[in-house]
Design a protein around this ligand. Structure first.
Ligand SMILES: C[S@@+](CC[C@H](N)C(=O)[O-])C[C@H]1O[C@@H](n2cnc3c(N)ncnc32)[C@H](O)[C@@H]1O
Length: 186
């Protein structure tokens, strides 16, 4: 497969998106906080129909120009503020990697409820988000961080195909816990 991401100087897709794509058949997918589209482009190449949303118009413009240049017909990029919690359409996969922590904390519950409601039965949510715990207080001043066990509680009743709250090391050596979840809606 030609690697569009490297051709446009983008990083490879997030490792959890690559991993999830081995489990999930191509379907309608929503990439929340898509940035310049590393995950959307990867999923698009696998045959997913992707709606890619981000509040940064510059990032969306970059993705749109790649889509146009490559004659891609299965990726639609849109400027959208996730805090609105008003997703249009229903999806087999909603991915939100390293984005929840930039949202307005008072909107996160509504955003996740909206994600859950807009997921088709048997569909998937993929979330990767920074945490702050007693053992490892978050060293970065994100507007929002998850607490221990918080995400799995919100997804009670869904099948947790993957769930962990592992410790990672940032470029500057600081240690930070991340919640990683792939969940399937009943
Ligand atoms: C760290 S980047 C992650 C990008 C991508 N999900 C990935 O895995 O590479 C976070 C993205 O969230 C977007 N973002 C932050 N707040 C947002 C909001 N309220 N609505 C939509 N996008 C938002 C930023 O513009 C940025 O592109």
């Amino acid at each position: 497969m030609t690697d569009i991401n490297s051709r446009y100087g983008l990083n490879p897709a997030h490792s959890e998106v690559i991993e999830a794509s081995k489990t999930i058949q191509p379907c309608d997918a929503l990439d929340m906080g898509c940035g310049t589209g590393r995950n959307a482009l990867f999923l698009g190449q696998l045959g997913f129909n992707v709606v890619a949303i981000d509040s940064n118009p510059g990032a969306i413009q970059t993705l749109e120009s790649i889509v146009e240049e490559e004659d891609i017909t299965n990726i639609q990029a849109q400027v959208y503020d996730i805090n609105e919690a008003a997703i249009q359409g229903d999806y087999g996969l909603i991915a939100c990697t390293v984005t929840l922590m930039f949202l307005n904390p008072s909107r996160v519950d509504a955003v996740i409820t909206d994600m859950q409601e807009r997921t088709l039965a048997g569909g998937y949510n993929l979330i990767v988000c920074a945490m702050s715990t007693e053992a490892y207080p978050c060293p970065v001043n994100f507007p929002f961080v998850l607490k221990e066990g918080q995400l799995s509680k919100i997804y009670k009743g869904w099948e947790l195909i993957k769930y962990n709250e592992e410790l990672g090391t940032m470029h500057n050596g600081a240690q930070l816990q991340f919640a990683t979840m792939l969940a399937r809606k009943p």
